[in-house]
Design a protein around this ligand. Structure first.
Ligand code: DC
Length: 242
């Protein structure tokens, strides 16, 4: 039997290059899921899917087209028409609607303010779940990050993680990220927003934020970024049977 090709970005970070692998990372806002997912994917030679970007893109489309946010059918129809895709040549992959990049638009404050409401729309979630599974068929070696990736979208994932952190720490991290891009929000304000978003994300009927039973819980409250990435990489290597 031919030996499988190995990817080795750092000593110890090796998984066979021909082995399909889905790693899911779920958890509430402000746990650093996106940056951790990107770093883990890089270390292991996997692609990365930011599913929050898809819900943010749907929200930006609804807002920019002045669609009534209660008009579920109109939102789903317009988002389906936009044929959301990622440009995989960008690092990290950038989301496109009607083949146009949405870039910073999806990170703006007005999008963040209503994205929980939009992402609670059941038929929209069904559309996104289908898309995410199709993406995984095209990118079978994937780190997929969001709220329902291990629980709903990829129940058979190779390894599932649930990242958590104390809400005050999450609020501090988010406020500091926003300050870096010139938006001033106090930690107290951010804490209220985060708690509201956590509540909306975890109480919706479809694809709520839950910790999958078989997920590895990583509490990042007292961990630094490299420590979190090392922990996840170590678990993936162990579970992938290397
Ligand atoms: O991770 P984020 O902050 O970019 O996510 C934006 C919003 O999208 C957040 O309110 C939760 C929602 N979301 C979701 O409902 N399901 C996912 N798989 C990913 C994100």
């Amino acid at each position: 039997m031919p030996q499988s090709v190995q990817v080795a970005n750092r000593i110890g970070d090796v998984i066979p290059q021909d082995q399909p692998i889905i790693v899911t990372i779920d958890g509430p806002a402000g746990t650093g899921k996106s940056t951790v997912a990107n770093a883990v994917a890089k270390r292991l030679g996997l692609d990365v899917l930011d599913t929050g970007a898809m819900y943010r893109a749907a929200t930006a489309i609804a807002l920019d087209d002045n669609i009534d946010l209660d008009d579920v059918d109109a939102i789903v129809e317009r988002v389906a028409d936009a044929d959301l895709h990622f440009d995989w040549n960008r690092d990290p992959p950038a989301i496109l609607a009607w083949l146009k990049p949405l870039n910073e638009r999806i990170r703006s404050e007005d999008v963040s303010a209503v994205v929980s409401r939009i992402s609670a729309i059941g038929p929209l979630r069904a559309h996104m779940v289908r898309k995410q599974r199709l993406i995984a068929q095209q990118h079978p070696r994937l780190v997929s990050e969001g709220r329902d990736q291990g629980s709903v979208v990829f129940p058979q994932a190779t390894v599932k993680f649930y990242l958590d952190a104390d809400p005050t720490i999450r609020a501090r991290r988010r406020a500091s990220q926003l300050a870096d891009v010139g938006t001033k929000v106090t930690e107290q304000e951010m804490l209220q927003r985060i708690l509201k978003r956590d509540h909306l994300d975890s109480t919706r009927a479809d694809g709520p934020l839950v910790c999958p039973k078989d997920a590895i819980v990583v509490d990042t409250t007292a961990m630094n970024f490299d420590g979190v990435v090392d922990t996840l990489v170590m678990h993936v290597n162990t579970h992938a049977g290397i």
